[in-house]
Write a protein that binds this ligand. Structure first.
Ligand code: NAI
Length: 417
């Protein structure tokens, strides 16, 4: 995490407030009506300044907020302290906590009895269902912000284990078109370059997974001047990567070609012993998927004859034949848990948290709460957040004429025009 050398009383959210016009406009509109009055909202996310502003926005709309981390290494102590000072806001996290601490803190949060859960990775939802069924039964609903969390929620739903309605905020266009593609793409490569002090132009970047995140990373890496190789398991995504001009290879082949590997699959052990065996000396590995299981770190540990920390967030593993493979941020999300990480740019988290906020507002104000299950965010909410962003950017768009609406609604189009 970047060293924050500011006066002790500096407001850690000041800059981000100025970069998040969607959240500010939602807060302004809520100030009079307090749509979240009486509601206790739990937030489990990366506790850096953007999440801080999201928590503030929920609070300004009338909610009490309980917050915790979604990864122990992305907790900013100054943000936690700032939020903890607000009346009706309570933190269950601290900078320097480890995975066990986070587990305990999340249980403590659930014991405080939230009405709505906003999660990043579904951890709170899984814990509520598995170990606090009375809390899960009383939840009004939830909003899930990342791909891995949505897939866990869908697995719970398929098993008949889900007892609350959960909105798949990750899957709504105003989220994944921007946050996953551009936010992760830019912040991941920025962190790799800052951590390693290397130049990506002219290097070979191997991206594992060509979903929204992988697509953004491959696109940005090529924009910087790197040669890009993509690995996939889905033939449609592989074809898409090929048609976008990237080279597509199995990992067994790509392993010997890459200078930098970025995993973005949401899966586990995508790079493992058989791949480490083929890598070039000096290869750099990092992950941006939700958990630190995409790179089989235990394989690397057991294969290596020596290990050293050569720089902040860089672990060098020496293999028996003298080759060195470098792992960034212990295989955690490099853009959030790396030494220089500031998470996604504020401009994209503005729309992501805007969609999360509008979804919580929808749950709080809906005439009827839906039955347990996984739901898409209503299109009108998605469009509202995009329109607020365009307003803030000063970008105008056209409106359909009556004739155009009639034309598109008709199956007998010759009768219209
Ligand atoms: P996605 O579902 O759109 O894409 C994942 C891709 O990985 C799919 O195309 C899938 O076919 C492919 N894949 C699965 N197993 C593979 C394997 N063994 N080898 C190669 N490819 C494989 O998901 P999305 O939205 O791209 O997210 C990817 C991960 O990134 C998730 O864990 C998500 O939670 C995380 N994420 C991280 C962010 C960050 O800030 N670091 C932000 C947004 C998402």
């Amino acid at each position: 995490m970047v060293e924050r050398d500011r006066p002790a009383d500096a407001d850690p959210l000041a800059w981000i407030r100025a970069q998040t016009p969607v959240l500010q406009s939602l807060a302004e509109d809520s100030a009079e009506r307090s749509p979240l009055d009486g509601l206790t909202v739990a937030v489990a996310s990366h506790l850096e300044p953007k999440t801080g502003v999201f928590v503030e926005t929920l609070h300004e709309a009338g909610a009490d907020v309980l917050f915790t981390g979604s990864n122990p290494h992305s907790v900013h102590g100054d943000v936690v302290a700032h939020l903890d000072d607000l009346d009706g806001v309570r933190g269950f996290a601290w900078e320097g906590m480890d995975h066990d601490d986070l587990d305990i803190a999340q249980h403590e949060l659930l014991a405080a009895g939230p009405d709505v859960v906003c999660s990043d990775g579904a951890e709170l939802l899984v814990k509520a269902h598995a170990e606090h069924p009375e809390v899960a039964d009383d939840l009004l609903g939830a909003a899930e912000q990342t791909t891995s969390g949505v897939s866990r929620v869908e697995a719970m739903d398929a098993d008949g284990a889900l007892s609350v309605p959960v909105y798949r905020v990750n899957h709504t266009p105003v989220k994944h078109w921007f946050d996953n593609v551009h936010g992760t793409g830019e912040s991941a490569l920025a962190n790799v370059m800052l951590s390693t002090n290397t130049v990506l132009s002219g290097s070979t970047v191997v991206v594992a997974g060509y979903g929204y995140v992988g697509r953004g990373i491959a696109q940005k890496a090529r924009g910087i001047g790197a040669r890009t190789v993509v690995t996939e398991v889905d033939p449609r995504k592989a074809l898409q990567a090929h048609m976008h001009g990237h080279e597509v290879r199995p990992m067994a082949e790509a392993a010997s070609e890459g200078d930098l590997f970025v995993t973005a699959t949401g899966n586990c052990h995508v790079i493992r012993e058989e791949h480490f065996d083929r890598m070039q000396d000096g290869t750099v590995l990092c992950n941006v998927g939700h958990r630190n299981v995409e790179i089989a770190i235990d394989d690397l540990r057991s294969m290596s004859v020596d290990r050293a920390e050569m720089g902040d967030g860089i672990t060098c593993f020496e293999l028996p034949d003298g080759r060195v493979v470098n792992l960034l941020a212990d295989g955690e999300l490099v853009n959030l848990a790396g030494p220089f990480s500031q998470g996604h740019p504020a401009g994209v988290m503005d729309t992501t948290f805007g969609a999360m906020f509008a979804t919580v507002r929808h749950l709080a104000t809906a005439d009827e709460v839906p039955a347990p299950g996984a739901y898409d965010v209503p299109t009108r909410i998605d469009r509202e957040v995009a329109s607020r962003k365009l307003d803030a950017l000063g970008v105008d768009v056209d409106e359909m004429t009556d004739l155009q609406e009639e034309y598109l609604a008709s199956w007998d189009r010759e009768s219209v025009v």
